[in-house]
Design a binder for this molecule. Structure first.
Ligand code: SIN
Length: 488
């Protein structure tokens, strides 16, 4: 029997790819245990799609480019925004029930950076969970998909230049080599490399590190998005997200004295793009002011519209209907990643990447809210369809294994998280970035997390101007005129 297409990662992009590959055989490898839910399942706001009266994909594309500081690949943006309404239709056919009003019309939410309400949602703020549930069920029932949980892929087999297999380790450390017709990395982002993140622990860049070890080109690594409103749980690493849809429904950022944090910062106020709002929250914190999200005026039934936020806040002793929510910025999404074309091809034949681990240029320097689930589904379907029709690339030459490398854990990993947060968080400067790079090199050895942190720190250090989510406070004298004025 032919080797299967191996998909590493069972988040939204991996599942959409797996379903679209039919009838070709797929082996879906899920890291699972101890890594938390996939980040896709934690996505709250929804999926951006121009489906409201008077809205159109061109307007969605415009907002995507503005949020991305025009660092985006415009052709990819136009394609993705044009795909969005059909993507919603496809998801409905997979069994996702999107929230509708009494007349059966889609309820559309509003989020930062969007000129109109265009966020399609399901289960109120449980959109990611609802999508994952439907696609997981489909994939588990599909005859062409074999599912394996609790395995970590720590090496790739290259034959000549082409990817032809993976090595997996189960939780007990037992290794197993699996030949592949093609390998798809759908491993998510890197938020968990930072001391404060809205991502699960498994979003640690393991797939990005493996792809880079195999020689795949990476791009835009310095662009990390910080969500302005994670629940500020003291000393915690992975923080519950407080969806931006709450600000779309009227919640406002304030300090402990009730002063509005976004007043005088940006004409779009609390619904400015995330990079701008995150810096305002960060600045307030660094001035010794507590940042709070006042959602007491948000109308409607919280248990229907915002059940996830309500449950997370109550679990931490905050009732958002009666008191402002303490919030903090947190690493949320990596715009950079393994460089791919629109068909998910990396620079290594037979190695593909999709979703957050990949960078096709769609998000530019700062992703527009609710474009990530859209990207995962639309690009996954496109990659799956392309793989279904393609022969394995010719692979001549010697076989060799490329390893991700040794893993940091415990106190050393915590030090790395803190270094990245301090140096490469929402506000950066060249001297701190360089000092953190030296510290990783000299103190943290050759572990893969340390190597990944170093390439990210170097990319941020070597881009001296501010752009989108990459904000250099030492950039005033260096920046391109007009670029740094945005939400300074
Ligand atoms: C949110 O609901 O605020 C996050 C959604 C996203 O990351 O786009």
């Amino acid at each position: 029997m032919d080797a299967p297409i191996v998909i590493v990662g069972a988040g939204i992009a991996g599942l959409a790819t797996a379903l679209a590959v039919a009838p070709a055989r797929v082996l879906l490898l899920n890291r699972g245990s101890g890594q938390g839910k996939p980040a896709s399942a934690m996505a709250q706001g929804g999926i951006a799609a121009a489906m409201g009266i008077g809205d159109e994909p061109r307007a969605h594309a415009h907002d995507t480019l503005v949020a991305g500081a025009f660092h985006n690949d415009a052709a990819v943006v136009n394609w993705l925004c044009a795909q969005a309404p059909a993507t919603i239709g496809w998801l409905e056919r997979q069994g996702v029930a999107f929230d509708r009003d009494a007349d059966g019309r889609l309820q559309l939410g509003r989020e930062g950076g969007h000129g109109v309400a265009r966020i399609v949602h399901s289960g109120g703020d449980a959109t990611g969970e609802m999508l994952m549930r439907a696609l997981r069920e489909r994939a588990k029932a599909a005859a062409h998909v074999t599912w394996r949980d609790g395995v970590d892929v720590d090496a790739l087999l290259l034959r000549g230049e082409a990817a032809r297999g993976v090595r997996v380790r189960d939780v007990g450390g037992t290794a197993c080599e699996i030949p592949a017709r093609a390998v798809v990395l759908a491993t998510g982002g890197i938020g968990a490399l930072f001391a404060r993140t809205s991502n699960p622990p498994g979003a640690d860049g393991a797939g990005l590190a493996l792809g880079m070890a195999a020689g795949a080109r990476a791009r835009d690594l310095e662009f990390v998005q910080f969500h302005p409103t994670a629940l500020d749980v003291p000393a915690a690493h992975c923080l519950p997200l407080i969806t931006e849809a709450l600000r779309g429904a009227g919640a406002r950022l304030i300090d402990a004295q009730g002063r509005y944090l976004m007043d005088g910062v940006d004409a779009r106020g609390d619904l400015a793009p995330r990079d701008i709002v995150s810096r305002a929250v960060w600045r307030a914190q660094h001035e010794g002011r507590q940042a709070l999200l006042d959602a007491r005026e948000v109308a409607g039934d919280w248990s229907r519209r915002f059940p996830t936020v309500l449950a997370a806040c109550l679990a931490h002793g905050v009732d958002p209907r009666r008191e402002p929510i303490p919030v903090t910025p947190a690493a949320h999404f990596h715009m950079g990643g393994l460089a791919v074309d629109l068909n998910g091809n990396t620079s290594v034949p037979g190695l593909h990447a999709v979703g957050e681990v990949a960078c096709n240029g769609v998000h530019g320097a700062n992703r527009l809210a609710s474009n990530s689930l859209l990207e995962g589904v639309a690009c996954g379907r496109r990659l799956g369809a392309a793989l279904a029709m393609r022969e394995a690339p010719a692979a001549r030459g010697a076989a060799r294994w490329v390893e991700r490398g040794p893993t940091l854990s415990g106190a050393a990993l915590e030090r790395l998280h803190q270094r990245l947060w301090d140096a490469a968080g929402p506000v950066r400067d060249g001297a701190r970035l360089h000092a953190a790079w030296l510290a990783c090199r000299d103190e943290l050895g050759d572990a893969w997390q340390s190597r990944l942190a170093m390439v990210l720190l170097a990319a941020a250090r070597d881009r001296p101007a501010s752009l989108g989510a990459h904000w250099r406070q030492d950039a005033a004298a260096l920046a391109v005129p007009g670029r740094i004025a945005r939400g300074a």
